[in-house]
Design a protein around this ligand. Structure first.
Ligand code: PLP
Length: 224
């Protein structure tokens, strides 16, 4: 009898499949296992299977949970995927390897200062409010050029764009929009990332250019 596949193996298979359809290389897509609200016991099996990219949405929770796990697995890369208060910028700069939620001028200034102080310049994705919804954070599309200018002035390494499309509506047009914004505003060599796609829609996001998919429920089950 065959062993049942782990959720991690299933998600990786789906990523490979989406890449094949889109004629992309699986190595172009980073799977971020969103471990927010999950205890260390739930995270450890993924680390044991060699998974190294994890996403958290709260600085405090990550500070509580990750130092011990990281001691065992020092090559772990931590991604901050939730809204960041400016007064936590320094803590975030010290802990995270990538920040996906740069969404406003005040935060760009705070992160610039935090990077100067810690000497760690953490790659940041600029979060764009593709659905013009306001409540999920993200900068308005019209404000993106000014925010990118500010990020440059603050010497923030911009890694690309991130979005969370509105719920309960087909997300593909929003993924396509983020991809277009990345092409319009990113470097000509196309090296910018696109952080988009969650459990319900990451194959579609990959077909539309995602380089970082943020998957929680499909790996860990429903959040309590
Ligand atoms: C929680 C979260 C995810 C993961 O969502 P799932 O539906 O559990 O895969 C992805 N991105 C962000 C910004 C999140 O807050």
């Amino acid at each position: 009898m065959e062993m049942a596949q782990t959720p991690l193996a299933l998600v990786r298979d789906e990523i490979d499949r989406a890449c094949r359809i889109a004629r992309r290389e699986p190595g172009e897509v980073t799977l971020i296992a969103v471990s927010k609200t999950r205890p260390a016991e739930a995270i450890a099996p993924l680390l044991k299977h060699g998974h190294r990219d994890f996403g958290e949405n709260r600085v405090q929770e990550a500070q509580d949970k990750w130092p011990a796990l990281r001691e065992a697995y020092p090559e772990t890369r931590l991604h901050l995927i939730g809204q960041l208060q400016s007064n936590k910028a320094e803590d975030a700069a010290a802990l995270f390897d990538c920040i996906h939620s740069l969404d406003r001028p005040s935060l760009a200034k705070a992160l610039g200062k935090a990077f100067d102080k810690t000497g760690r310049r953490v790659p940041c994705f600029v979060q764009v409010d593709v659905g013009e919804e306001d409540q999920k954070g993200g900068c308005a599309i019209a404000d993106l050029p000014a925010l990118l200018d500010l990020a440059r002035e603050a010497d923030i390494p911009v890694a690309g764009l991130m979005c969370i499309p509105p719920f309960d509506i087909e997300p593909a047009p929003f993924f396509a929009l983020l991809d277009k914004l990345a092409r319009d505003h990113g470097p000509a060599d196309g090296s910018w990332g696109r952080s988009m796609g969650m459990s319900a829609d990451y194959p579609s996001a990959i077909m539309l250019g995602a380089t970082h998919v943020r998957v929680g429920t499909a790996l860990f089950g429903e959040r309590g």
